[in-house]
Write a new protein. Structure first.
Lengths: 637, 289
């Protein structure tokens, strides 16, 4: 128990100190490192302790003092939002915030939420989330130390607000810990709101006009979800007399009584996990410095959304709420993977890929069968690691070559081999065969077929093929070998390297050890959640095949070196119809002049561009959500 | 020794022989269709041996590694299939092999192979949904993704339940066999606006590896065709072989009948066929299940 309190409170405490450390330099750097080490140590202690005891623990029934404190903090947050709303003349944000906080305050003051129940819960899903937040999240903080120094060296026009930035990163971690440990809905809501406001502040970090607009976009979308959350809490407390998420889920499984709060919470989950039509805020978030994006996309924020949906999964199975979640999730998976094809900005491709993967996780949660949830949890784990790795390596490349456009990464394997290798590991982790994402996709596909949802199957098969397209062409850019290229100076800092290499190792270790993670974490969690024995989802034969493929990839380079040993190869220039102008970078054109060669990937704007696809799909998704919510709520009332 | 080990060994040994003979008869039949005499059926073997004895001319030093990766994973795919493994994993391994091949073209930094690589990717994107639907179709009909369970499922061949999926698979076989009208990325036809596409920068013993992989791949693909008609009865194997030969002949006929199309036509038509033949078939299957 003390360790849980430490995990929730310590990041806030660290943030408070950091916001006063105005001086740049070693002291702050080592302070951040120390905090990160402490958090990781606490997480590891908590995880080993929880695994050894083997039980799920619940704590705290009487929390009047803490509740009051939270209420004050919530009103404070509302004040902050109203302040920003008025200052930038975005009054709708103030209105949204006032409405939901008003609801919660009314509920608390009228004593409606004083229902017997646990406030803190620690089960296997909490352990998984803690590992993601604690390890990946802190690695991103470590990376941020070196990155932000370069960032401000490159962007002198932005005001240096690093103390604030680092403080916000830690607040985010604290809020996420709070969210995953809470079992009381009002508590979850409290931390939920902190993550919303935190992401708002982080996205608007550099205060450019674009950043401000995008941060407000993120704010209103998340506040809308928050409003849904608040209404759900009030309904639960007043009508159903429950305040615990788990009790609500049990109540909602198989019956229609709890449909209204479940669908409202699912709606909140969809906004936070940036599903269509709320995908805009996550795309806009890329104006922020890279560590922010990495944090929002991998360890925190969007994971809060899918975390809630996974918790709700049993209550979503086979009803309208589930239908809403699966339809929107599957559709988002498909459309955003098409949209990613037309993008050449590395961060934007990553953003679309995040939304797409979250769509798949969302769909898994919405199906609500145990094998689907299994796939969803594993997808969440693999996605957290590989996406964070990808963002951080794109950031490092951007600081080195001055661009994050994929076209400019042509031949990166020669120019910056170390970073290119890390990126290849990340990309392979995102979609390639022996790596983890794919095995989860296998399970997801099986679950979708088992649940008879043909629509979802269509989304997944078409979405996977376009996913293949945009990742492979990125991979192809990286491995192009240009003759006589110089290696570029690698400006990546020590702290950034540490973070990148650790994550690459975690990625590979996770791929090898996922059967263990599945056996000790995911399957017991499913057993608790569905209250029965869960059969093994993936057979040991298939696991062995995956491991075999992984070994083959490792052995292949060595084996090929041995096989071709002593064989002489003639190295020549690439073929340009005989028109090479002395090297493989330029050719002689029809006027006899030397012309540089430029090899571009296919983007096919006319077919997959945002102009063509984005608007119709937003409308469709919004329509699906509105119609299904109206039917569900109307039917239940 | 059990059956799966034997079939893997048979595949490893006979795969290239059958693949080479298929290629040889392809050339013979194509020649006859065009009113030519054509080479001997064994010509592909002579070509392959000759290629193996030639020095490779490469543009960089990672090409051979990537091509080896292609070969190894194609063979792995086939072995997994013939040992009765999981169909979805088989297809995932096939995709991995394809990516190795594309990477070998991308690494060359050459205009023709780079264009071939983008087109090959487009082809993969076009056929991938149908390939996955084949696996899903078998799963719905037989309740298992494992090839060894699928063949002993009943004495009614799977094609009875999934004729649409079978047609869709024949459609994408045109792409997979690199036959006109869908031979966009590389082709055996002489008229070429992009030289040899994907394989432009590969030569000598490295090109021989690519050729060998294609033979293995073709045998594996025909294995899937056979899976549609295999039942628990022993003689269904003979029918399967007959259906494979017929399908292969059909692909040759298509190859010699239609001119090459643009990628837009390929992508659209393939996805439409997938939606109509494949998805409707799946819908009906889920309804009657």
């Amino acid at each position: 128990m003390p360790v849980i309190a430490f995990l929730i409170c310590f990041p806030f405490f660290a943030a408070a100190i950091l916001s006063f450390m105005k001086k740049h330099g070693k002291t702050r750097k080592y302070f951040i490192f120390t905090c990160c080490i402490l958090i990781v140590a606490a997480v590891l202690y908590f995880v080993t302790d929880a695994l050894l005891s083997g039980k799920n623990a619940t704590y705290l029934t009487e929390t009047h003092a803490v509740d009051t404190l939270m209420l004050v903090a919530e009103i404070g947050i509302m004040g902050l939002v109203i302040y920003y709303g008025v200052r930038y003349k975005k009054y709708y944000v103030a209105l949204l915030s006032a409405a939901q906080t008003g609801l919660i305050v009314w509920l608390e003051l009228s004593g409606g939420s004083e229902i017997e129940g646990m406030h803190i819960v620690a089960d296997k899903l909490t352990i998984i989330m803690c590992l993601i937040i604690g390890v990946i999240g802190t690695l991103i903080c470590v990376y941020a130390v070196g990155y932000m120094k370069d960032y401000h060296a490159h962007h002198t026009d932005f005001k240096d607000r690093r103390p604030f930035f680092f403080a916000m990163l830690f607040v985010f971690l604290g809020a996420m810990f709070g969210l995953v440990f809470s079992s009381n809905l009002t508590w979850i809501y409290f931390f939920w709101e902190i993550t919303s406001i935190c992401s708002f502040l982080l996205i608007g970090y550099n205060k450019s006009q674009e950043a401000i607009n995008n941060s407000f976009k993120a704010l209103w979308m998340n506040l809308l979800g928050g409003l849904g959350f608040a209404v759900a809490i009030v309904y639960c407390a007043k009508q159903l007399h429950v305040v615990e998420l788990e009790k609500l889920v049990t109540m909602g499984t198989g019956t229609e009584i709890a449909l209204i709060p479940v669908i409202l919470l699912a709606f909140a989950g969809l906004t936070k996990s940036a599903q269509m039509p709320f995908s805009g805020w996550l795309l806009g978030a890329m104006v922020a410095p890279t560590p922010t994006s990495a944090l929002l996309h991998s360890a925190t924020m969007v994971k809060a959304g899918v975390y809630l949906l996974i918790r709700l999964a049993p209550a979503l199975s086979g009803n309208l709420a589930g239908m809403m979640v699966t339809t929107v999730g599957g559709f988002t998976f498909f459309i955003t993977s098409l949209l990613a094809i037309s993008q050449s900005d590395g961060k934007k491709v990553l953003a679309y890929s995040t939304i797409s993967n979250l769509g798949l996780i969302t769909a898994c949660a919405g199906v609500g069968l145990h094998e689907a949830v299994w796939a969803g949890v594993l997808l969440m784990m693999f996605h957290a690691v590989s996406k964070s790795l990808m963002f951080l390596s794109v950031g490092a490349v951007e600081n080195s070559i001055g661009s994050r456009n994929i076209e400019d990464m042509h031949g990166l394997i020669v120019k910056l081999p170390e970073l290119a290798f890390i990126m290849i590991v990340g990309i392979a982790g995102m979609f390639l065969a022996p790596f983890g994402m794919l095995i989860s996709k296998w399970a997801a596909l099986k679950a979708f077929v088992d649940s008879n949802s043909v629509l979802l199957v269509i989304f997944v098969v078409f979405g996977s093929s376009s996913t293949l397209f945009y990742w492979t062409k990125w991979l192809g850019k990286l491995v192009a070998m240009i003759h006589n290229s110089e290696r570029l100076p690698n400006t990546t800092k020590g702290s950034e390297w540490f973070s990148l290499i650790s994550q690459a190792f975690i990625m590979i270790a996770l791929c090898i050890s996922f059967p263990v993670a599945s056996l000790y974490l995911v399957e017991p969690f499913l057993g608790d959640m569905f209250h029965n024995e869960v059969p093994a989802i993936i057979s040991s034969g298939n696991v062995n095949i995956m491991l075999m493929m992984l070994c083959m990839i490792v052995i292949l380079p060595i084996a090929v070196r041995l096989l071709t040993f002593g064989k002489k190869k003639k190295v020549v220039m690439s073929y340009m119809g005989g028109g090479n102008a002395g090297n493989d970078r330029s050719f002689v054109d029809s006027f006899g002049d030397k012309k540089g060669m430029y090899l571009a990937n296919w983007y096919m704007e006319d077919y997959f561009g945002e102009k063509k696809l984005l608007m119709p799909s937003l409308v469709l998704a919004a329509a699906a959500i509105i119609i299904l919510m109206v039917i569900a709520i109307g039917g239940a009332l | 020794m059990n059956a799966s080990v034997i079939s893997v060994i048979l595949y490893l040994l006979l795969g290239p022989v059958v693949g080479g003979l298929l290629a040889g008869s392809d050339r013979k039949i194509t020649a006859r269709m065009q009113g030519r005499q054509g080479p001997s059926v064994l010509q592909p073997f002579y070509d392959l041996f000759k290629l193996f004895n030639k020095q490779a001319v490469v543009v960089n030093n990672v090409q051979d590694f990537l091509v080896w990766g292609f070969l190894v994973f194609i063979v792995f795919t086939g072995c997994l299939f013939f040992s009765g493994g999981d169909l979805l994993l088989v297809f995932f391994a096939l995709t991995l092999a394809g990516i190795f091949f594309i990477m070998s073209a991308c690494s060359a930094n050459s205009p023709y192979s780079s264009m071939g690589a983008q087109r090959e990717l487009m082809q993969m994107m076009a056929y991938e949904p149908m390939v996955l639907l084949v696996g899903i179709g078998f799963y719905i009909v037989t309740g298992s993704f494992a090839v060894k369970d699928i063949i002993v499922f009943s004495n009614i061949p799977a094609i009875v339940y999934m004729p649409g999926i079978f047609l869709g698979f024949l459609w994408i076989l045109v792409i997979k066999f690199r036959k006109s009208p869908f031979d966009l990325s590389t082709t055996h036809h002489a008229h070429q606006e992009m030289v040899k596409g994907l394989t432009t920068e590969l030569s000598g013993n490295i090109l021989a590896l690519v050729e060998l992989s294609h033979w293995y791949e073709n045998v594996f693909l025909l294995g899937i065709v056979g899976l549609f008609v295999m039942t628990s009865d022993w003689w269904s194997g003979l029918i399967a072989v007959a259906v494979c030969i017929l399908s292969y002949f059909l692909e040759i006929l298509v190859d010699n009948t239609f001119p090459r199309v643009k990628w837009e036509v390929m992508l659209k038509s393939t996805w439409i066929v997938t939606l109509i033949a494949g998805v409707i078939n799946i819908m009906i299957l889920t309804l009657i299940k």
